[in-house]
Ligand binder design. Structure first.
Ligand SMILES: *Cc1c(COP(=O)(O)O)cnc(C)c1O
Length: 380
């Protein structure tokens, strides 16, 4: 069976050996815009492409405001700081995610708390979140939510849309709103993914996107905070641009700010990528449907888009029988020129997060044992 899969994938990507998991494609105006940056000398923090890129993301996602930053991790850090995620508070997230989600919580000095994901979406399970809060949280007279066991304030919840498959974000928000917990969506992997016709990242108080080299739209490195809240957007811009007060020549900074700005050359690449996002996503969906049919025929579970959702199919994923089969497949595929990888090791097993509070996470463990990502680049 492994041989059949590897042969099939090589035929899908005949021009690449080894077949990469996800390679960026530059099929539009990328070079032209980069040359323009160099010719005009606007390679750094001044220039038209950053504002244009922010505008293109607003148009596409429907978010009212957008603030471009240097990485998706910086976007997460910024969003958490703006929700007052401070030392000695707690943030609920999922154990099945990329480490950046949890690192950003740690940058704020806060404690991550892990609640399980669900098989159907690979995202935070709203039912288990609800049960967790019933059992462990209390809404006090100050209107804020505290962890009964630790006494600490729960300052945010960060669900993640895994591999571009939308979590049941409306229900997650409904649960959190009962406890007055703001939701920041880690939509780093889900540009182009919609839940009930609304773009992922626009349900929470803020959402974040990543434009790292392996994401569906890349700026080389980059990120964005998206929100419908003007005040949060203004603060995000201020905080990520060294908190400099606007002035024609004076340098006055009114708080500890960050240099999290996205350079103009990165945004230039992003503008060119966004001009082609429809083609990119059609191509990726087409590949996903080819995979879906193929895996159906050979009796392997392919992770399809969840109910009520339109996924961007960032990384195509299959669910193998058990950890042994997973490891055997990964060894075979990578040896035979098809880059494949397992899902991330659960955050709860990493040395820096292994002592954090963790609910029953049996589904995340089940998925860790079985999920495999297979090549998913745009086919050219
Ligand atoms: C890519 C990614 C990020 C951010 O990554 P950067 O490399 O900092 O842009 C955050 N969370 C998740 C889930 C990601 O996949």
């Amino acid at each position: 069976m492994f041989e059949k899969i590897v042969t099939f994938i090589k035929e899908l990507y005949p021009n690449e050996n080894p077949v990469p998991l996800h390679a960026p494609r530059f099929l539009g105006n990328e070079k032209k815009y980069l040359i323009d940056c160099i010719d005009t000398t606007y390679v750094s923090y001044v220039g038209q492409y950053v504002t244009r890129f922010e505008e293109l993301i607003r148009q596409y996602t429907g978010a009212k405001y957008s603030v471009a930053v240097s990485t998706g991790t910086a976007a997460l850090h910024t969003a958490l700081l703006l929700e007052d995620v401070k030392p000695n508070t707690e943030v609920i997230t999922q154990p099945l995610t990329f480490v950046a989600t949890v690192n950003a919580i740690a940058y704020c000095g806060a404690q991550p708390v892990f609640v399980d994901v669900e098989k159907s979406t690979l995202g935070l399970d709203p039912q288990k979140l609800n049960d967790f809060l019933i059992n462990h949280a209390v809404l006090k007279a100050d209107g804020l939510c505290y962890n009964k066991a630790t006494g600490r304030l729960i300052t945010a919840c960060v669900p993640m849309h895994t591999f571009g498959h939308p979590a049941r974000i409306d229900q997650i928000i409904e649960v959190c709103s009962k406890y007055n917990i703001p939701v920041i969506e880690d939509a780093a992997e889900s540009l182009g993914s919609f839940y009930k016709d609304k773009h992922t990242g626009t349900y929470g108080t803020m959402g974040i996107l990543s434009f790292n080299g392996n994401k569906p739209v890349t700026t080389g490195g980059g990120g964005m905070v998206i929100t419908n809240d003007e005040s949060l957007a203004t603060k995000a811009k201020h905080m990520t641009t060294t908190a400099k007060k606007p002035h024609p020549w004076e340098f006055v900074h009114d708080m500890v700010g960050y240099n999290y700005r996205m350079p103009n050359i990165n945004a230039a690449v992003g503008c060119a990528q966004m001009e082609r996002i429809t083609e990119t996503l059609e191509n990726k969906r087409n590949t996903a449907m080819i995979y879906k049919n193929f895996f159906q025929e050979i009796g392997v579970t392919f992770v399809d888009e969840p109910e009520n959702a339109k996924s961007n199919f960032w990384l195509n994923t299959v669910i193998l029988k058990d950890r042994q089969e997973r490891d055997n497949f990964l060894a075979y595929a990578n040896e035979h020129g098809v880059q494949s990888r397992p899902v991330w090791t659960l955050m709860t097993k990493l040395p820096m997060y292994q002592n954090c509070q963790c609910d029953n996470i049996e589904v995340a463990q089940w998925l860790e044992d079985r999920l495999v990502n297979i090549p998913s680049s745009v086919r050219i």
